[in-house]
Design a binder for this molecule. Sequence first.
Ligand code: NAD
Length: 352
Amino acid sequence: MNVLSHHEFDNHQLVAFHSDEESGLKAIIAVHNSHLGPATGGCRMFNYAKEEDAVRDVLRLSRGMTYKSALAGLPLGGGKSVIIGDPKKDKTPALLHAMGEFIDTLGGRYIGAEDSGTSVADITMMGERTPYVSGINRQAKHGGDPSPVTAYGVFIGIRATLEHLGYSEVNGRSIAIQGVGNVGFNLCQLLRDAGAKVFVSDIHQVNLKRAFDIGAVVVSNDDILSMDVDVFAPCAMGAVINPYSIDKLRCQSIAGAANNQLATPEMGDQLHEMGIAYAPDYVINAGGIIEVYYQNQGILDADRVTQHVDTIGARLRDIFQRAQGNNMASQRIADAMAEETFSGRAKRHLAA
Ligand code: NAD
């Protein structure tokens, strides 16, 4: 398998592979770009079928973090790590300690955080072997699950998206959420509180039940994609907008938490041609990394975090306007804005 010439490599600054025989750890850390600050991103644990799937995932996610932090106005670079293994079966204290030691070898070039397959408790355990983890509160000895803040950011983004469509209020609008897990459920709650009509789908009955209990309408996983709603909010997995699904869409806009929603950049162009407004995923789902940044700085001031997350609305309005003005797909506009920022030409936009 080629890494340097991998089609997702995109000039990564560092890709490190590690194995530890004793604990069984097999892991990869990718640092995409650290021009704006230390590469920061989640540590994902997943039972990848093939090693190359893990390489592809870590490269795509790490690059995404560069773009996300740049447009969120954070002095952070983009990085990600993956542990190859089943989080339900293979996770042991020894493995998590070994991962902490691996992260430590990079001396702060990469800062790890919670991701799918890892919990705040897992990151805390890695943190026993390295200071270069985030999203845990060392003083208070409790973790900071970023999902509620991510959901709040998505809610702010949905409001901006609706405004772009000409609706001044969330009240009375229709939103279809695919996946009511940590982020999706919190989002469902915010939208219900604001008076929206919410449709949900999930593969787990327990998660559906709690959404149903707060007034969401449950629909099948097949139907959620083709709902005739104001907003489709993907909050489950990536690549949900792909050549097989795109023709089924009946929504006016797409604004949700899932990472890498577009299977290819061309899907974004097609959405633009179809007149479906797309809130670029890494812009709208930046609440979590904003929360992690403040926690890592030891700033435990919820109002400051909220104020920062509120800027997602203005950022999206700007992107939608530029996309309209240039007759271009919104994610192409967002990419260009992020690239200008992390290439070093626009550092003045960063948070102090
Ligand atoms: P989660 O695992 O808690 O929730 C995902 C939900 O989607 C689960 O309820 C799961 O049962 C459901 N699901 C899985 N496959 C599905 C399918 N095919 N159809 C319908 N539902 C399905 O994860 P989360 O933390 O809520 O994150 C959701 C998405 O948002 C992920 O893509 C994640 O990468 C992204 N994200 C999360 C955060 C965060 O702070 N947690 C931050 C940025 C991005």
